[in-house]
Design a protein around this ligand. Structure first.
Ligand code: CP
Length: 310
């Protein structure tokens, strides 16, 4: 089996296809632990993991914590409202002070794109990115890949449509990196105001003029959240108009391949990005994505710790 040589996981852009395959294979193995009555193994016993979340999170924070606990690591959660960031402490100083307590991994979410590269230069422990600004969200990208691979048994050759606020989406960036490295074909659609100017720099993608073009014959339709907190100004006339041109509903879903997967990283704006019929419908894999998130994060924590089994 290949060896994982990275101390940090900050972006799927930094990983090779072999690294991604290894993480997915490990996550597949980790799933067995999650189906046991007693969901705990001693793999990371004695390791300390700090979850440092400067932005809100339900899925990622909870799932990193569960992942760590299932591997018997000790976890500490820090949120901005209870940290000294509120008193003006810099990220570098926070990092050095946390490092003095000898953690093995810092899992961080931060609003600034690239903050993790800055952190990784300051600390000797591992750094895992739980989402940085509009840059990347590697654990989301990996869990999305795993969910598609589960369903199709492969990633190579899939047509994956990613629809919505591409400019501000770290999920889109990680998905593009992961999917194109694994041989999938990525089609992007979204309002022109939510499409980055040099979109081709995101990777080998096809940019579509309409949502219809992107989802036509797609194997997977990945809808994105409108990142209003990052937009700074209004980028759409109103939610109803957005939904009309870029929302997924049972009618336009028929354009995709029969039984196409419907995915969304969450949280969802029901009735805007997707109708509730689709969110809760038979083609939705949204909760499977969340379920796979635990196994993927177990694999990430395991490999940045050196991949040694106790
Ligand atoms: N998908 C995702 O990152 O969700 P949270 O913001 O709840 O972590």
């Amino acid at each position: 089996m290949a060896e994982f040589k990275h101390r940090n996981i900050i972006a799927l852009r930094d990983l090779t296809r072999e690294d991604i395959e290894l993480l997915l294979a490990t996550a597949e193995n980790m799933r067995e632990i999650n189906s046991r009555d007693i969901k705990k193994v001693p793999t990371l016993r004695g390791k300390t993991i700090i979850n440092l979340f400067y932005e809100a999170s339900t899925r990622t924070r909870t799932s990193f914590e569960i992942a760590a606990k299932r591997l018997s690591a000790d976890t500490v959660n820090i949120s901005p409202s209870t940290s000294s960031a509120t008193k003006g402490e810099t990220l570098a100083d926070t990092a050095l002070n946390l490092l003095a307590m000898k953690p093995d991994i810092i899992v961080m979410r931060h609003a600034v794109s690239g903050a993790h590269y800055h952190l990784a230069k300051k600390v000797s422990c591992s750094v895992v990115n739980a989402g940085d600004g509009a840059h990347e969200h590697p654990s989301q990208g990996l869990l999305d890949l795993l969910t598609m691979k589960d369903w199709f048994g492969r990633l190579d050759g899939l047509k994956v449509a990613i629809v919505g606020d591409i400019t501000h989406s770290r999920v889109a960036r990680s998905d593009i990196q992961g999917l194109t490295k694994m041989g999938s074909h990525v089609y992007l659609a979204g309002p022109p105001t939510m499409m980055p100017p040099a979109v081709e720099r995101l990777g080998s993608v096809t940019v579509c003029a309409t949502m219809k073009e992107a989802i036509q014959d797609a194997d997977v339709v990945m809808m994105l959240r409108i990142q209003q907190e990052r937009q700074g100004k209004t980028l759409m006339p109103n939610a109803r108009e957005y939904s009309r041109y870029f929302g997924l509903n049972p009618e336009n879903l028929k354009l995709a391949k029969p039984g196409a997967m419907v995915m969304h990283p969450g949280p969802i704006n029901r009735g805007v990005e997707m109708s509730s019929y689709v969110v809760d419908g038979s083609q939705s894999h949204i909760l499977k994505q969340v379920e796979n998130g635990v196994a993927v994060r177990m694999a990430m924590l395991y490999h940045v710790c050196g991949g040694e089994l106790e």
